[in-house]
Design a protein around this ligand. Structure first.
Ligand code: PBG
Length: 330
């Protein structure tokens, strides 16, 4: 602890007196460079569909993507994350649709890459939950999400996404050993420059509800994900997860959810000095959004929530507020 004086000689409020002075001593900053916008996709034409549990967030059909991608580029958001709402008729126990090269995500990647080239990055989730009839991230054997069989499919899913033009492969499944297998397969097939953003520290959280609604897995999921996602009581375990994923070849690691886990972001950053991304998840979004709509909290709460990630050490934040907040950053 460094203390250079004491009251009344020392008055910390002096530096806070004026806006200009507060600006000069700012320790953290947020710009559009720090933001990633998640986009939900839906089949069909001419659709911009509302999502009940996520006001002001929409599902877009591919022919309507221009609107949101143009806006992202215009607002200098470096990357979008694609998530598909998959029609029930395409779901089965094995999540086979994940490997269909004409599935919604694949078509969307091809469309965006063809039109926008490298003007904006694309990241895609690697996990089976949008595609399984039981809503789990992997395939189930004897009532248990089977690790190694799931990885086999995830490895193929990753390769397919890379072939379509995805820039950043983001496994969000929490299977053991998947980063290494995915890296190896990408490299073997000539995709050694495709990045892996590992959801290394993903907690079994109550804050994912609205997302599951948005991708259509909520009603299908009959149990929780606690035997693969992390227990929210743990933080040492987070360091073990990150250490493993770095060894296996992760370029960037993610901590998820966001605000209840700022301690974990800081812990990971301090220990590994690797880029850490934070995911301000759907439940966090909806709570803040509701609070603002109901005039319980002020709109500036959005900025406050996002700055908290920067203060904790996050390099970037995945947030449904990304396209909504940029104007206020100027
Ligand atoms: C799926 C996945 C989830 C989220 C991102 N990818 C949900 C889950 O694991 O059940 C949550 C994102 C959010 O809540 O905004 N693997």
């Amino acid at each position: 602890m460094i203390i250079t004086g004491k009251y009344p000689n020392l008055r910390l409020r002096r530096n806070r007196r004026y806006n200009w002075s507060r600006k000069l001593i700012q320790e953290s900053n947020l710009s559009s460079n720090d933001l990633i916008l998640p986009i939900f996709l839906i089949d069909g034409k001419n659709k911009v569909q509302t999502i009940k549990s996520m006001p002001e967030v929409f599902r877009y059909s591919i022919d309507k993507l221009d609107k949101i991608i143009d806006r992202s580029i215009d607002r200098k958001i470096p990357m979008v994350a694609l998530f598909p709402f998959t029609n029930k008729k395409f779901k089965d126990n094995y999540g086979s649709e994940a490997l269909n090269q004409d599935n919604l995500v694949c078509r969307a990647i091809r469309y965006i890459k063809k039109k926008y080239k490298n003007e904006i990055g694309i990241m895609c989730d690697v996990a089976l939950d949008p595609y399984t009839s039981h809503g789990h991230d992997g395939i189930i054997k004897s009532n248990y999400v089977h690790n190694d069989k799931t990885i086999e499919i995830l490895t193929k899913q990753s390769l397919l996404q890379a072939q379509m033009g995805c820039d950043v492969i983001a496994p969000s499944d929490m299977m053991d050993g998947r980063i290494g297998k995915i890296r190896k397969s990408l490299d073997k097939n000539g995709y050694e420059l495709v990045q892996i953003l590992s959801y290394a520290v993903k907690y079994a959280s109550n804050f994912y509800g609205p997302f599951r609604d948005a991708v259509g897995s909520k009603t299908l999921l009959k149990s929780d994900k606690k035997n693969y996602q992390m227990d929210y009581r743990n933080s040492n375990e987070a360091l073990r997860e990150v250490a493993l994923d770095i060894k296996e070849g992760a370029d960037i690691v993610m901590v998820k959810p966001g605000m209840p886990y700022l301690d974990i972001i800081k812990l990971v950053k301090d220990n590994f000095k690797i880029p850490v991304f934070a995911y301000q998840v759907s439940g966090e979004y909806s709570i803040i959004n509701q609070g603002i709509r109901n005039k319980i909290i002020n709109k500036d709460a959005i900025l406050e929530s996002l700055i908290s990630f920067k203060r904790a050490g996050a390099s970037a934040i995945i947030t449904y507020f990304a396209d909504k907040i940029v104007k206020e950053l100027k």
